[in-house]
Design a protein around this ligand. Structure first.
Ligand code: NAD
Ligand code: IPM
Ligand code: MN
Length: 357
């Protein structure tokens, strides 16, 4: 039996998680997996109900589960709250509390979506890259942080810290992933300016010695942002720190059609979190317009990484590919000659591909 904590959250979070569960239910039946779901409050929804973005009961449920399927958190309504009460705090605390230092964000082009990218077909054809983002360190968590009054105004500080141990463990994840792929790691940093990047580069070079069959290159983050749109197929595994990885993965999502397509796995300890990389998309919430594929593919990553069910994971990915092949599209990936569907219908279509498969 696999215990899954469901944290739908805010905005389109609940809408896309509903479709992911729909598909997981079908794949569970097909492969005789006993998937047991239990839902809990998180983000703005939890602030409304309990005054806190990550209630202790929710954290406890996650700890007691095998994996967490997370939607999205946040919304304009909460942007004025003190930082520790903002919905986004919930996902940051969850990652830290569960010890999930490694975030895998794969960007692969589904061929039927070649026309959905804003880039030329010959640039995006065959994109298959993996962003390995450090997730529990760097400027997201460093102290001191905060805003204080000074004469004539205020002073704000964030701190970017990395230790050898933090860099080593994430670098290993990247090299191991590259061993199973095209054996190339591009480590992305800002070593020409930042001390933390200087250490990052040195430690990554050290880890690389244990992986002689993997080619390592270093790239500055500004250049990487440019290379991603110039020639994205040069990348296999992109290894990078927390904030750079956040930014570059949204860019990578657009290369393969839409941010609504990119799943993620946050791993490194007992309980993994699986979530689409997109946010609560307040502009789409309640309109049946959000693309549920990122959430559905996150479910597939959960089957693969936490439950070791490679075949079931591949079946889900194939069902997504088939639905796209048949021409069904949510608005974000629509192109001429395709059939427009909503969130729910896309989920239904993928689920029915799965049950037929
Ligand atoms: P966003 O990812 O929510 O939306 C950015 C753009 O992408 C919007 O135009 C949106 O309509 C579109 N988009 C997002 N998901 C989509 C989907 N599934 N299908 C189709 N289009 C989709 O980012 P934002 O607007 O910068 O942030 C909105 C809120 O979400 C903020 O409160 C932010 O802090 C939060 N956020 C949360 C997470 C998370 O929970 N993991 C991630 C990113 C942002
Ligand atoms: C993401 C999100 C989060 C991040 C926010 C909501 C804290 O943007 O998962 O990409 O920055 O990690
Ligand atoms: Mn992000």
């Amino acid at each position: 039996m696999f215990k899954i904590a469901l944290l739908p959250g805010d905005g389109v979070g609940p809408e896309v998680i509903r479709e992911a569960v729909k598909c997981l239910d079908v794949v569970g039946k097909r492969f005789s997996l006993e998937l047991r779901f239990q839902a809990a409050l998180v983000g703005g929804a939890a602030v409304e109900a309990t005054g806190r973005p990550l209630p202790p009961d929710t954290l406890e449920l996650c700890r007691q589960s095998d994996a967490v399927l997370f939607g999205a958190v946040g919304g304009q309504k909460y942007d004025g709250l003190p930082r520790e009460l903002r919905p986004e705090r919930a996902i940051l605390d969850l990652r830290q509390e569960l010890g999930l230092y490694a975030n895998l964000r794969p960007a692969r082009l589904f061929l039927p979506l070649i026309a959905a990218s804003t880039l030329k077909e010959e640039v995006v054809r065959g994109i298959d890259l993996l962003v390995v983002r450090e997730l529990t360190g760097g400027i997201y968590f460093g102290k001191p942080r905060g805003i204080e009054p000074i004469e004539g105004g205020e002073r704000a500080v964030d701190t970017l810290i990395y230790t050898t141990a933090e860099i080593e463990r994430i670098a290993k994840v990247a090299f191991q992933a590259a061993q199973r792929r095209r054996r190339k790691v591009t480590s992305v940093d800002k070593a020409n300016v930042l001390a933390s990047s200087e250490l990052w580069r040195r430690v990554v070079n050290g880890v690389a010695r244990a992986f002689p069959e993997v080619a390592l290159e270093h790239m500055y983050v500004d250049n990487c942002a440019m290379q991603l749109v110039r020639d994205p197929r040069q990348f296999d595994v992109i290894l990078t720190e927390n904030m750079f990885g956040d930014i570059l993965s949204d860019e990578a999502a657009m290369l393969v059609g839409s941010i609504g397509m990119l799943p993620s796995a946050s791993i490194g300890a007992k309980v993994g979190i699986y979530e689409p990389i997109h946010g609560s998309a307040p502009d789409l919430a309640g309109k049946d317009k959000a693309n549920p594929i990122a959430a559905i593919l996150s479910g597939a990553m959960m089957l693969r990484h936490t439950f070791g069910q490679e075949e079931a994971a591949e079946a889900m990915e194939e069902a997504v590919a088939n639905a796209l092949e048949r021409g069904y599209r949510t608005p974000d990936i629509q192109s001429p000659g395709t059939t427009l569907v909503g969130t729910t219908q896309m989920g239904d279509l993928i689920a029915s591909e799965l049950s037929e498969g």
